[in-house]
Unconditional design. Structure first.
Length: 205
C-alpha cells in the first residue's frame, strides 16, 4: 500500500481522451525520504516515517536537523508516520509519485479550512425561521430541549461554535494522472485544506 506526503497547489480541469472534462486537484507529491522505520519488536507497532516540505536550516532545531542528517536528507519541516505501510521501504530511500498510477483509488487526509465561530444554519445546515410578519428568529436555532423534563440541555445537541480547522479524510478519490518529472499528481474532485496545505495520500484499495 503506497503512501506519500503532498502539497495542495489548487484546482483545475483536464480534458480526457473521450472528450469529457475532469475537475481535478493538483498535488505536488514528494519526493519524500524515509527518515525512520518503526517495528513491532522495537517500538510496539509497524510504521514508516516520511519527510516533506523543504525549508531553511534556521527554521529547524538541532535535534530535527540531526534526525534528518542520519539519512542524508535535506532540511524538511514535516514528518509524518504511516502505520502498516512499511512494505519493502528501507531507511534513506525516497518515495516518489511513481508509487501511484492513473486510475488508482486513494484516500487523502488533511486539516480542513477554518471557518471560525459559525451559527447552526451554516455549521449544521439547519433550516431558517419565517422571514415575514415581524419574525425575530430568522437564523435562531430554535428549541434545544424541554424546560420541565429533563430541565437541562442534553449532551450532543448541535449548536453554534467552531467550524472547520479539523482533520478530515476524503476517501475513494481517483488518480487521474501522474507526472513523475514534475512530481505532480492530479486527483479527481476536491481535497481537504486550503492551497499550500500539506496532505497525506494513502492507497484506498
Amino acid at each position: 500500500m503506497p503512501a506519500i506526503l503532498a502539497k495542495k497547489l489548487g484546482m483545475t480541469q483536464v480534458f480526457q481522451d473521450d472528450g469529457s472534462v475532469a475537475r481535478v486537484t493538483v498535488l505536488q507529491a514528494g519526493p519524500c525520504p524515509v527518515t525512520a522505520i518503526r517495528t513491532e519488536e522495537r517500538d510496539g507497532y509497524d510504521a514508516v516515517q516520511l519527510a516533506f516540505d523543504a525549508t531553511k536550516e534556521k527554521h529547524l532545531s538541532k535535534a530535527e536537523l540531526g534526525h534528518l542528517k542520519k539519512v542524508d536528507a535535506p532540511p524538511l519541516r514535516t514528518l509524518v508516520e504511516f502505520r502498516n505501510e512499511v512494505g519493502e521501504l528501507t531507511l534513506g530511500e525516497s518515495v516518489t509519485v511513481d508509487a501511484f498510477e492513473a486510475g488508482a483509488r486513494v484516500k487523502i487526509a488533511g486539516v480542513s479550512k477554518g471557518k471560525g465561530f459559525q451559527g447552526t444554519i451554516k455549521r449544521h445546515n439547519f433550516s431558517s425561521g419565517p422571514k415575514s410578519h415581524g419574525s425575530h428568529n430568522v437564523r435562531a436555532p430554535g428549541s434545544i430541549g424541554a424546560s420541565a423534563t429533563p430541565s437541562r440541555v442534553i449532551k450532543g445537541i448541535r449548536g453554534p461554535g467552531q467550524m472547520g480547522n479539523k482533520r478530515v479524510t476524503q476517501k475513494g478519490l481517483e488518480v487521474v494522472s501522474v507526472d513523475a518529472r514534475e512530481n505532480l499528481m492530479l486527483v479527481r474532485g476536491s481535497v481537504p485544506g486550503p492551497r499550500g496545505a500539506i496532505v497525506e495520500v494513502r492507497s484506498d484499495g
